[in-house]
Design a protein around this ligand. Structure first.
Ligand SMILES: Cc1cc2nc3c(=O)[nH]c(=O)nc-3n(C[C@H](O)[C@H](O)[C@H](O)COP(=O)(O)O)c2cc1C
Length: 333
């Protein structure tokens, strides 16, 4: 988007003026005067972003709330000579980020379905490229000659991540026998390896075990038994090396990796539990497991995470109230 910039427009009069300038140059799309004037008038009340080349408006995008958590890309336009210059994309990016910040969960947009008019086919391709998904075509909206394609896009990635974090629970019940696909185990381990590590020493390594024979060898040394029916486990290894001076961050490193994996496991619909105390206590079960897995010297097996589909609900441990553990600006009292 050479020399163009996007900004949010607050003043109703300015919104109206920009929308008019752009729409009156786009009569291939906004042919009917009455409809065009309605878009211009309505823009005064909508969230409006405009793209400028120097000080000249070359595009705009308006968002309209359609429900408590839903927003519509009500109308957008980019001057024809600025098509394929990234202007639409920049407008959309700014509007989407704004909608996410406002807490909207879903964005919709309507256009004439693909295959009727070349200009609208271009619009469809643009929305698809932005990540919109086809929801439904409803001819009744604008009539049979202009079947209305409704696109939707989930926006609440961050909201669902927060919900996921709050919904994670340690699960200690039985597991269904369904195997965990390798791509899921890989995705979980990738999440673990993506965690931060002190001085980027990357002291954590992982071994996923889904081979029934190896699993039964591991189970034979886990006493008392835990997660006996889990179809897979991820073993967490650490190297207790110095990060700088006398500081070793290996424990912090693997703790961050484990939490990432617990969240990934939860996101994929599986359950797990952080089994560390159990296997690193005086009886050193972790060392026995490491031996079975051929782990060389220099690595310590510190934790095992079962992975599988839960047979029952996880227990809900009582957590202390927010106010008892978190504060703003200073320790209370
Ligand atoms: C360092 C660490 C070691 C843990 N070791 C064990 C363990 O050996 N056995 C077990 O059942 N749970 C273990 N847990 C899980 C905790 O008991 C659990 O996180 C806690 O009870 C809170 O429950 P929640 O995870 O559902 O929020 C461990 C957790 C951490 C962070």
């Amino acid at each position: 988007m050479d020399q163009c910039f996007v900004k949010m427009i607050e003043a109703p009069g300015e919104k109206e003026q920009i929308v008019r300038t752009v729409l009156e140059a786009l009569t291939d799309w906004f042919e009917v005067t009455e409809t065009r004037e309605a878009y211009i008038r309505d823009s005064r009340e909508l969230i409006c972003f405009a793209a400028f080349a120097e000080s000249r408006p070359v595009g705009f995008l308006c968002l309209k709330e359609t429900g408590r958590e839903t927003v519509e890309l009500a109308v957008m336009g980019v001057l024809k000579e600025y098509h394929r210059h990234g202007v639409g994309k920049a407008l959309f990016k700014a509007a989407k980020s704004h909608a996410i910040r406002l807490g909207y969960a879903l964005m919709q947009v309507k256009t004439v379905a693909m295959g009727y008019y070349a200009d609208y086919d271009e619009t469809n391709r643009f929305y698809q490229a932005m990540g919109f998904m086809e929801l439904e075509v409803i001819p009744a909206v604008w009539g049979d000659e202009n079947p209305c394609q409704i696109y939707v896009m989930p926006l609440n990635d961050s909201a669902s991540l927060l919900r996921l974090i709050l919904s994670r629970r340690s699960y200690r019940g039985g597991y269904k026998p369904d195997a965990v696909p390798r791509e899921h185990l890989t995705a979980i381990m990738e999440a673990g390896l993506a965690a931060p590590s002190g001085c980027n020493k990357q002291t954590t390594s992982l071994i996923a075990v889904d081979d029934p024979e190896t699993l039964s060898k591991l189970r034979a040394v886990i006493d008392p038994p835990v997660a006996e029916t889990a179809p897979a486990v991820i073993c967490v290894l650490t190297r207790r090396i110095i990060a700088y001076r006398d500081r070793c961050f290996a424990t912090q490193d693997y703790a961050a990796a484990i939490e990432n994996m617990l969240l990934a496991i939860t996101a994929l619909g599986y359950r797990s539990c952080w089994y560390e105390g159990h296997i690193t206590d005086a009886d050193r079960i972790g060392d026995k497991m490491a031996k079975i897995l051929g782990v060389p010297d220099g690595y310590e097996l510190v934790c095992v995470l079962p992975v599988g589909i839960a047979e029952e609900e996880a227990a809900q441990p009582k957590k202390r109230a927010f106010e008892e553990r978190a504060w703003f600006n200073r320790f209370p009292g």
